[in-house]
Design a protein around this ligand. Structure first.
Ligand SMILES: *Cc1c(COP(=O)(O)O)cnc(C)c1O
Length: 223
């Protein structure tokens, strides 16, 4: 039952991504579906894997370790993306586990990541989180500080910044926030855009998202 439900949900999301992409003249294959697995029960995770989904997003380091580390060690090939705030003192664990860290937003964290990468001899792909709505409670660099921050990451640490990520304010139309993120990326020569969640991923694709982070529309509501 769960497998069928999840299979249908994923096919629907993929079809909607493809339709949104086509509506603006993009290839469906230019958008990566990141399945946000945080808090989901084991049965649903197993079902999602059975559909062939291989890219997952998590927002806490420890939760991601407990969900994915053993599977990884058993040989499962998946791509894991950290999409939640990261504390500098967890940089080492994050570098060990994640293929992509989407929430770089301060120099102290960048320094900790650079140190962790040097020690581990490996480096995750990095995204800068931009707080497009300049919300007090939200992580991310302010839009006006983004250019300088990206320049510092490149200059001080030699980081190749793969993309930008944003979470628009819940109560506002998302389109202008996606447009702002795309504009900041373009003027900084950054090519990937992580934007769009269950409520607005089709809009995000129309504004140029190269990956969408979808949780509840794929797995069902979080408990
Ligand atoms: C939880 C979460 C998502 C997924 O949210 P849904 O609305 O369930 O699709 C996407 N991005 C981030 C950063 C999240 O924390």
């Amino acid at each position: 039952m769960v497998l069928q439900e999840i299979t249908v949900a994923r096919a629907d999301v993929l079809a909607r991504i493809a339709a949104a992409a086509k509506s603006v003249g993009r290839e469906a294959s230019s958008v990566e579906l990141v399945a946000v697995s945080k808090v989901q029960p084991e049965e649903r995770i197993a079902a999602m894997l059975a559909t062939g989904q291989r890219v997952f997003g998590e927002n806490r380091v420890q939760e991601a370790q407990s969900r994915w580390q053993a599977r990884r060690q058993a040989g499962l090939k998946i791509e894991l993306r950290l999409i939640g705030p990261l504390q500098s003192n967890k940089a080492k664990e994050a570098v060990a586990l994640f293929d992509v860290i989407e929430t770089v937003d301060r120099m102290k964290l960048a320094a900790a990541l650079a140190d962790a990468c040097a020690k581990a001899g490996k480096a995750p792909r990095l995204y800068v989180q931009v707080n497009t709505g300049e919300e007090e409670q939200k992580a991310g660099v302010a839009p006006l500080d983004a250019d300088g921050f990206i320049a510092s990451l490149r200059r001080d640490y030699g980081f190749a910044i793969e993309g930008l990520m944003c979470i628009p304010p819940a109560e506002e139309p998302a389109g202008p926030h996606f447009a702002l993120l795309a504009k900041i990326a373009a003027r900084n020569g950054v090519t990937s855009l992580s934007m769009g969640m269950s409520a607005d991923y089709e809009t995000a694709v129309m504004y140029g998202a190269t990956s969408v982070r979808v949780g509840s529309a794929l797995f069902g509501a979080r408990g």
